[in-house]
Design a protein around this ligand. Structure first.
Ligand code: DGL
Length: 302
């Protein structure tokens, strides 16, 4: 049984966890929500790299065998650094990883978020694709390179999802306030003629009902999370992490009201969710309200 470590600035990465869990219900999970520092969108690259290192160390110490950076902004800022620092080199395993994992692992693979410009460009009929993401993602080299490589003759229009992360963290995912905030960032993309909208932040899928309603039925919404989950499986297979057959595992969720256990560690609060066939640990560096609220909703939607 492998342990999959997942992190995001907040609860948004649960939209990625959901797709992974659908495919791999038999694994163990540690999810880290960096609420003490949420949102990441406007933070400096150096700051996010520092958080990514700290969180990676925490996840490895909790037993993670592979790490999913379930955050477009952190992927843009930090994944190259993480891959360089936590991978094995020609001279042997990464010493830091060996130390943290007590010799259990010599390297770690990281799965990041991909800006889904390529499938969006293949899908558009108007020739205009809209991308909603944070400032950090839209200004990052990874996004710019992907866009320039795959847009071809398609026009890509971008907009920061202003206030979207806060809506999700505050549990406001429907109703007039959510509609007002979403419309302000989405309308410019629709006015530009976009008939495909890429959700370039892992918080945004939790607003997809509102986004779809405003955009209308002729506009497709692309959430890259399912593709990320499939890629994770490929990497786990090649890393020998999926050797156990878990196909007969049928977990059932106990609702949030019966969470049996909670751990307090400095300023990070870890909620420990036990399930009949597995162990899912949800951790937050700050107030865990958002993940505690969204987690049962996510499990019910699987
Ligand atoms: N969920 C994140 C992302 O995918 C982070 C959003 C934020 O913290 O600003 O970019």
């Amino acid at each position: 049984m492998a342990t999959i470590g997942i992190f995001d600035s907040g609860a948004g990465g649960l939209s990625v966890f959901r797709e992974i869990y659908r495919l791999l219900p038999g694994q163990d999970y540690v999810y880290f929500s960096d609420n003490a520092c949420c949102p990441y969108g406007e933070k400096s690259r150096d700051f996010i790299v520092g958080r990514a290192r700290t969180i990676t160390d925490f996840l490895l110490a909790q037993g993670a065998d592979i790490i999913v950076v379930a955050c477009n902004t952190a992927t843009a800022a930090a994944i190259n650094v993480l891959r360089a620092e936590y991978s094995a080199s020609d001279s042997g395993p990464a010493g830091h990883v060996m130390e943290i994992t007590g010799g259990r692992r010599g390297h770690v693979n990281f799965i990041g978020m991909e800006p889904a410009v390529k499938p969006a460009a293949a899908l558009t009929r108007t020739g205009v694709v809209g991308v909603l993401a944070t400032a950090g993602t839209l200004g990052g080299q990874k996004y710019i390179r992907t866009r320039d490589a795959y847009a071809g003759s398609v026009r890509v229009v971008e907009h920061i999802g202003e206030g979207f992360v806060e809506l999700v963290e505050n549990g406001c995912m429907s109703g007039p306030e959510a509609e007002r905030v979403v419309r302000a960032s989405l309308q410019p993309l629709l006015d530009a003629g976009a008939d495909v909208i890429v959700l370039g932040c892992t918080h945004y899928p939790f607003l997809s009902d509102v986004i779809s309603r405003i955009a209308g039925p002729s506009v497709s919404i692309i959430n890259p999370a399912p593709a990320v989950a499939h890629h994770l499986i490929e990497v786990m297979e090649s890393d020998g992490l999926l050797s156990t057959d878990t196909s007969d595992v049928h977990p059932s969720w106990q609702d949030a009201g019966s969470m049996p256990d909670s751990l307090h560690d400095g300023n990070s609060v870890a909620l420990h969710f036990l399930m009949p066939h597995r162990n899912i640990l949800l951790c937050s560096s700050g107030a865990p309200d958002a993940i505690a609220r969204l987690f049962p909703v996510v499990m019910q939607s699987i």
